[in-house]
Design a protein around this ligand. Structure first.
Ligand code: F6P
Length: 362
């Protein structure tokens, strides 16, 4: 087996499972007698001269951090030089050149980039940054909005975090005969709200992909056999003529109908939590697949899980498979996105179980 030097970087929002993926990749490199370095602080650490790096073979990290949320490498500072700030300053070209130079100086054979659909779309768009090395991407995000893979690292733990949170809320909800409108993360993709809503037997689940009617929601809640429960609301929903946080909008509508309720915002707790077993298995499967891809000198690929099979797809395929949207933060950049499909089996299950999920599939 040829000797290689591998780098790992985590970019975009953090989530639980990043450290498991890092640890498994490090393990695989050590077994292969490859050198392995971690790049600190995402792209803002990479664009420094010299790039900020860390020794990941340190034993204390191996044992302490692999099941904990967050990234041992950090994902970067919001105020630093990165794709977003460089695009705003009209300096994307020079920023990309800095990244390219750093990678060259590090003399890497391969880079494992663990990122969400924003980072993966940027890697596809600015592929020249990774010229001369093998770029293998690993999808992670609690939003589960990455095309072509059945799962992304962090999603299952985020669902579990929401379930634990709602289990607690339900106890107080029952005592006070009132409803909780829980606003989930997920950006404009409803996967997180839909899965968590089904797991906690929410009475209603509102997601951006499905139009809903507030009056029908109110009617549905009034007809419930219980006088307490969860109304799961994705952060990406909107109501015509209303502004503000989606959960507040729904809460106001319930107030007008004299339905006692409170709002709850689990916020970044969804990105935390000890990594659940299925995310650890996924992270391990992706680590194994990424290392094999490096052995096979693959480049511009992403690891995926499809119908139980771990494999790689090209970044071109990833990009072409999704719905293209303008990147909300980076002028000129396009992201490739996945949404809840109208034929998602969970939508039918929710309907069959009497959960209000809206009116018409958009
Ligand atoms: O994309 C992951 C995510 O957690 C979204 O679900 C959420 O809208 C966003 O990131 C929050 O970002 P920030 O950490 O900047 O508040």
């Amino acid at each position: 087996m040829n000797h290689k030097k591998i780098g790992i970087i985590t970019t975009g929002g953090d989530c639980s499972g990043l450290n498991t993926a890092i640890q498994r990749i490090v393990d695989g490199c050590v077994r292969r007698k490859w050198d392995i370095i971690g790049i600190k602080d995402g792209t803002d650490g990479l664009c420094c001269t010299p790039a900020k790096t860390v020794d990941l073979t340190d034993e204390s990290f191996q044992f302490a951090a692999s099941h904990l949320a967050g990234s041992i490498l950090s994902n970067g500072h919001s105020w630093a030089e990165n794709f977003e700030s460089s695009a705003k300053a009209g300096k994307l070209g020079s920023f990309n050149k800095k990244l390219q130079k750093s990678l060259k100086d590090l003399n890497l054979d391969a880079l494992v980039l663990i990122g969400g659909n924003g980072s993966l779309s940027l890697a596809h768009m600015y592929r020249e940054i990774y010229n001369g090395l093998s770029l293998v991407c690993v999808p992670k995000t609690i939003d589960m909005d990455v095309p072509l893979t059945d799962k992304t690292i962090g999603f299952d733990t985020a669902v579990q975090q929401l379930v634990s949170y709602c289990d607690q809320l339900l106890l107080t909800a029952r005592s006070h005969h009132r409803w909780f409108v829980v606003q989930t993360m997920g950006r404009d993709c409803g996967n997180l709200a839909l899965n968590a809503g089904i797991a906690v037997a929410a009475d209603a689940i509102l997601i951006p992909e499905i139009k809903f009617d507030v009056e029908n929601l109110v009617k549905h809640i009034k007809q419930s056999k219980r006088d307490y429960g969860i109304i799961m609301v994705s952060e990406g929903i909107s109501i015509r003529g209303h502004s503000g946080k989606p959960a507040d909008m729904i809460s106001r509508a319930l107030n007008s109908a004299n339905i006692p309720n409170r709002t709850a915002y689990p916020e970044h707790i969804q990105r935390a939590g000890d990594t659940v077993a299925s995310d650890r298995i996924l992270a391990t499967g992706f680590a194994d697949t990424a290392l094999k891809a490096i052995e096979n000198n693959e480049t511009y690929v992403m690891t995926v899980l499809q119908d139980g099979e771990y494999k790689t797809v090209s970044l071109d395929d990833f990009f072409n498979a999704g719905k293209k949207e303008k990147d909300p933060n980076i002028t000129g950049a396009i992201t490739s996105n996945r949404y809840v499909e109208p034929d998602d089996v969970l939508l039918q299950i929710a309907t069959d179980m009497g959960i209000y999920i809206g009116e018409k599939r958009k």
